[in-house]
Write a protein that binds this ligand. Sequence first.
Ligand code: SAM
Length: 220
Amino acid sequence: MKDKAIISSMFNRVAKNYDLVNLLITFGGVYFWRKLALWGLPKINKALDVATGTGAFIPQLKKVSNEVTGIDFSKEMLNIAKERFPSVLFYEGDALNLPFSDKSFELVTVGFGVRNFQDLEKGLLEIKRVLKGTLVILESGPAQNFIGKVIAKIHAGFWVPLIAKLFSSDPNAYNYLLDSTDNFYSSSELKEILTKLGFEEVKLKSLAFGNINILWARSS
Ligand SMILES: C[S@@+](CC[C@H](N)C(=O)[O-])C[C@H]1O[C@@H](n2cnc3c(N)ncnc32)[C@H](O)[C@@H]1O
């Protein structure tokens, strides 16, 4: 199902209320995870938010970077981002083929985006090409411990469908979003992939009983 047209149209359909649903399904956690992801990073000049969606990472990015750019292939998600952040430069485009020159950003963030990439390694290498600095990935994935798995099952079986049904413009899309988390790499596999692709100083912090991961990596 990882077809570019299908995924972008699905995100077009969930754009309305996407942020509210995200906040509710994470019990507000997403707000703190984004802060933690960029915590302590030095002030820089240029940052890029890949798969920016409605621009949920932008407020945190503006605190650490003088200039912020976002890119996403969903028109409707981007329309919300543009309305929220008129001073930010947004591009409609594919993360697997970034319209930026080599080493043009000192910081790249991807929030809940990499697991949707049609080709994960291609997307990560493309990010590496435009980056001379730090990559921050915030992503959900399958927990590797018993408690985390039980919590994920209850969360996916009851809480997410309820919230999606009450507030999302396309509740069915959340079946895909849950499956894509289940079928995604574990945190340690993702860490290995980043290292294999040549990223340096790869660090990992797992949250929400191992269901949410933040990865930091450097590219020179
Ligand atoms: C779950 S949303 C996350 C949005 C935002 N980053 C956040 O943290 O809430 C995933 C976003 O990734 C975008 N996306 C997925 N694959 C993409 C790709 N190959 N190129 C550009 N955008 C992509 C989707 O359009 C969608 O807006």
